[in-house]
Design a protein around this ligand. Structure first.
Ligand code: PEP
Length: 334
């Protein structure tokens, strides 16, 4: 668990605009440990459009270890695998969807509504991933609409991704991009939902996603401080900025997780490529845990299936009784 906000380092060194909130934290750090304690590490694997078949997905799932009891572990498989994955989850591992509709129901072919996900015991939805923003044209306002629709479902939580592109980074725009995406993505979200942990933010510099380039722990810490400052500016209650969990994402590997987690404002990781290898993902999760025992396996979930209103099987055409009237040839004409 994160016991400090961390920005002591910043206060001691360079006093830039981004650590205004950090400095504020110095005076309150000893009095508000409750919400800080709530920032349990959260490690998530984003499988994206992988693996190619249900069998491979179940094999990957089978390789995952039960979650250690001091961290939250979450996977985002492709939608078609969700049903099977939910039935075969290792103890303590939770499931999320990689996207969802901003519509609640109706004539929207191909869409998946938050209520459908919640009704299947899916706990999280990933929103605002840079691939959705850049490849599928999702804007901040589209993403915000999805966030708000998800939060109408009491049992759904959101992982909201923000992060700058390489051009933006090189142009010195990191702070303003991350600030804007956070503000727009969270527009209309209540302080209470944030304090209750219903939104996790993932800082993912686009230049580090799938490239093998990782932000240094200090760069990531700096960006996470920007996000906390934005939260502090948006919400009068300091409990919001103190309690929202912020993951880092971008080429996280077993070798980099410990240094990232040692930063006071990094509360976990969103992992793409390395989550497709069960051993790597297990090692990343292990690197964020203090070595706590795994969560005990829960009793198997029994799904209450309503009685069918239509026959559960239909006879094949071959088995259908066919009524064929006997052919009676006409009487021969004389
Ligand atoms: C991601 O897709 O969210 C991600 C961080 O990917 P990778 O770990 O492969 O960079």
């Amino acid at each position: 668990m994160k016991l400090s906000f961390g920005n002591l380092l910043f206060a001691a060194s360079s006093l830039t605009a981004v650590n205004a909130f950090s400095i504020q934290r110095l005076s309150s750090v000893s009095t508000s440990t409750t919400s800080l304690d709530a920032r349990r590490p959260i490690l998530a694997g984003n499988w994206k459009l992988n693996p190619k078949s249900r069998d491979e997905a179940l094999a990957l799932l089978n390789g995952l270890s039960p979650s250690p009891s001091d961290v939250d572990v979450l996977i985002f498989p492709p939608l078609p695998y969700l049903g099977d994955v939910l039935k075969a989850l290792p103890a303590g591992v939770q499931v999320g969807a990689q996207t969802c509709s901003n519509y609640e129901e109706g004539a929207f072919t191909g869409e998946v509504a938050p209520s459908m996900l919640a009704s299947m015991n899916v706990g999280y939805v990933l929103l605002g991933h840079s691939e959705r923003r850049t490849l599928f044209g999702e804007t901040d306002s589209d993403i915000n609409a999805r966030v708000l629709t998800c939060l109408k479902e009491p049992n759904l939580k959101v992982v909201l991704c923000v992060g700058e592109t390489l051009d933006e980074y090189e142009a010195g725009l990191l702070n303003s991009i991350v600030d804007t995406q956070t503000r727009k993505g969270l527009s209309g979200v209540s302080a209470q939902d944030l304090i209750n942990g219903r939104v996790v933010i993932a800082y993912e510099p686009v230049w580090a996603i799938g490239t093998g380039l990782t932000a240094t722990p200090e760069q990531a810490q700096n960006a996470h401080t920007v996000i906390r400052n934005t939260l502090a500016a948006m919400y009068p209650s300091t409990a919001v900025a103190e309690s929202v969990r912020i993951q880092y994402g971008g080429s996280v590997k077993p070798e980099s997780i410990a240094d990232l987690m040692s930063q006071p404002d990094i509360d976990g990781a969103l992992v793409g490529g390395a989550s497709l290898d069960a051993a790597s993902f297990n090692a990343i999760v292990g690197g964020a845990s203090t070595g706590a025992a795994p969560v005990a396996a829960a009793a198997p979930v029994s799904y209450a299936v309503p009685a069918p209103t239509v026959p559960s099987s239909f006879p094949s055409y071959g088995g259908m009784p066919r009524v064929v009237e006997k052919y009676v040839p006409p009487a021969p004409r004389m």
